[in-house]
Design a protein around this ligand. Structure first.
Ligand code: GDP
Ligand code: MG
Length: 175
């Protein structure tokens, strides 16, 4: 039987979402396996790389972790332009962050790359007692808009590796 050739994929990945939703924490959990209770706010954007090896493929992520503050909004297109995948993050304890996430999704839908792989991360899933956004609400919204939905926690690591693996798998499939 012929062996499938190995794919080497390099992909730009952008994280978008309100300030404080845990974008930087998700990336640091994935890249460094660490979590900080007092994570410093990102200024502008931060850049990380990480390589994931799957069966028959290696995916090198170029990760742009954006700041999320409104005053940096005009910079956002620089980070999502040319991106193969985007993760829109909200915080399950903040309805406002969920509303903000929907605006990011709209903006991504309008930016003109129909092949953009989009994930919706409902982060801080460890704070169940403070939950304001029901799982079903996030899930339903994601379904209607063609996003993959995952509830994550950068703190407990719930679904964090899964998030990036699922993205990598989709990238391999699309390559
Ligand atoms: P960003 O502005 O979206 O990059 O958010 P940060 O990663 O800076 O996180 C903002 C705050 O939320 C920090 O105090 C983090 O420690 C905290 N945080 C991030 N992710 C989680 C999580 O999954 N659970 C909990 N409980 N706190 C989190
Ligand atoms: Mg940040």
């Amino acid at each position: 039987m012929a062996r499938t050739s190995n794919k080497n994929i390099q992909a730009k990945l952008v994280l978008l979402g309100d300030m404080g939703t845990g974008k930087t924490s998700l990336v640091l959990r994935f890249v460094k396996g660490q979590f900080f209770d007092f994570q410093e706010s990102t200024i502008g954007a931060a850049f990380f790389t990480q390589v994931l090896s799957l069966n028959e493929a290696t995916v090198k992520f170029d990760i742009w972790d954006t700041a999320g503050q409104e005053r940096y909004h005009s910079l956002a297109p620089m980070y999502y332009r040319g991106a193969a995948a985007a993760v829109v993050v909200y915080d399950i304890t903040s309805m406002e962050s969920f509303e903000r996430a929907k605006k990011w999704v709209l903006e991504l839908q309008r930016q003109g790359n129909p092949n953009l792989i989009m994930f919706l991360a409902a982060n801080k899933a460890d704070l169940e007692e403070k939950r304001k956004v029901a799982s079903e609400e996030g899930e339903q919204y994601a379904k209607e808009n063609g996003l993959v939905f995952l509830e994550t926690s950068a703190k407990t690591a719930q679904n964090v590796n899964e998030l990036f693996y699922e993205i990598a798998k989709k990238l391999v499939k699309a390559a």
